[in-house]
Design a protein around this ligand. Sequence first.
Ligand SMILES: [Mn+2]
Length: 335
Amino acid sequence: MTSREGLMAIAEELKAARRVAIAAHLNPDGDCIGSALAMRLILRKLGKEADVFDRDKVPDNLMFLAGADTVRPLGDAEGAYDALLCVDCAELSRIVSFAVPGQKEQLDRLMGLCARVLQIDHHPTNPLYGDVQAVDGSAAATCVLIHDLMGMLGVEADREIAECLYTGISTDTGNFLQDNTNEDALRVVAAIQHTGFSQAELGRRLFAERRPEQVALITRALQTLRYDARGAVTCMMLTRSDFEETGALSEDADTIVNFGRDIRGVHMAMLARETEDGVKMSLRSIAPYQVNGVAKAFGGGGHEQASGCTVRGMSLKDAADAVFLALQKALEEQT
Ligand SMILES: [Mn+2]
């Protein structure tokens, strides 16, 4: 089944449904929350009941989306649903953590309430777990597929739906700066312009605005910035007390490594942060240089230009030094 055929089959199932549960993935991002909330609004326009479930809370910066305050934990699901619609979930173990006791049972319970499992996703590794699947690995975001489904359902976008779709597409393409930004993604952005949503306002909320605690954490990380002898590899560090004293959250550190990467002349960058579970490393590079080999050597993995690993049994400084040296070696080998 092509993803278009999958979407058409899902459209038919949804037209016949009265009550739909929508599942987004754990540690939710803009694309899964945007997809789930857009589907909720679309189904409500068709007179259906639709509830969104997520293991985790909607991140602060996405709470402005319509319906964000209705997202509930999986355990809250009550009564029978005609379908469970999984959006942006690359596998069932992305909906709940199978490693945490009791969570798989929660998902099993939710699936038991739902007559059918439908899935819409854009991760090429998706093992196709649903009864009906619409998986398109070439789509920039699940929200692109949601827009196509909306057309098949005969629903017109309004401002609230447009904000959800734009949030998913812009966040999954790194604000349209990543290589996955393609014609289909931009076509959807063009098609929702008439709703009058503000790209400037969304861009500010999603990409520019920072919490004061986050700025304080960035300041501390930048003070630790060091370069290798060629000025081509950078390293930054954050201690647990940096987080405690600034009041910053772990998610506030997520993009700090980019400051080290985006300096002219730098090819590879790393951020080492002390956590309860060892020293967590974020590694970045600029193509064609690759950091995933180093991540793998330290028990981690990821993409060629963005990967990570956790080093245990070493101090922050020792772990950072070891990975910093490994990056310098890797760069030599790749040059
Ligand atoms: Mn996505």
